[in-house]
Design a protein around this ligand. Sequence first.
Ligand SMILES: *Cc1c(COP(=O)(O)O)cnc(C)c1O
Length: 369
Amino acid sequence: MAGTYGDSTRSVKAVSSEPIPGGPVSPPPVPASAYHLPPDEDDGLDSYGRRSNPTWRQLEAALAQLEGASAALTFGSGMAALTAVLRVVALPGHTLVVPADGYYQVRAYAGEFLAGRGVTVAEARCDEMCDAARGADVVLAETPSNPSLDVVDLHRLAMICRSQRTLLVVDNTTASPLGQQPLSLGADLVVASATKALSGHSDLLAGYVAGSHAELMDRVERERLLAGPILGAFEAWLVLRSLGTAGLRLERQCQNAAAAALMLRSHPAVRAVRYPGLPEDPSHAVAAAQMRRFGGIVSVELADAAAVHDLVRRSELLVASTSFGGIHTSVDRRARWGDPVAPGFARISMGIEDTDDLLNDLGQALGPG
Ligand SMILES: *Cc1c(COP(=O)(O)O)cnc(C)c1O
């Protein structure tokens, strides 16, 4: 039965506590740096807050369940999770492939910190990933890519990686585990930011790693213990609290994105639209095969930077902010952060507002074109 549950049911079940009579239905946070040590010196119990925490464990069990992994580890941010994994798997002498069109700070970390330590860093766009993977030791793929929403064929990439013993790590932030499960498509590890749609309220940072290779996950956990990029207990609890509504929020965000993409593609002020859910989008066929939903982000290209600022200024609902996946619809002009996109390129992250309100607002804010 569990395998046939829908996403909202799975989200709610993933964050339920044990049915102890008189106990709380929703798990409370456990803020603790130190725990009582038993006289038999049992190492399996919680001892110190950088090693383990009961609220992490609950969140990790929920995340593992949603990703289809046997284990998950939480971190203080998506970058904390990503860089911990890279330190564990990308060793001196290795060739590491990172996305050329994905999250820019991952590229920056690889170039500024790993390249100087004997790792050969190669950059590849989504459409180049499968070729770039040949001969690499570690491949980090991001799909759909942030912000351009190109898609990597994960099954094909995983087959190439497996055939030559290349480790495949997939950044699952943009789609979220309710949008796609990279491990089921052949990835070795999933890394993601829970700052975005999973927590979804634009009020915390968190990240996680999920996987099913026990030895690999042990090494990542050891790295977390020693380097210490941990998640606070309250933030872990807030993510857990938010996971219960993730299915509901994502459903509305995807519905808003699909409706907005259709409206935007025929608007005269819009030069180009990218949304994997549009049948004519270059990513559509692969996205339809590997994703369960197309996500809440639509990328558009307007005339110039001023047109993006005008859009926000004339709107009553859009907020200008970076990041995505929150309850508010937000607009981010990506060229300001150095992404290789046109000055009028904007990433629009759909919130959970009513679809008609959002379409009307977007329409009037874009003006006649
Ligand atoms: C935001 C983001 C990250 C980094 O996550 P933080 O929680 O901000 O550290 C990594 N990858 C992708 C695709 C992202 O969108």
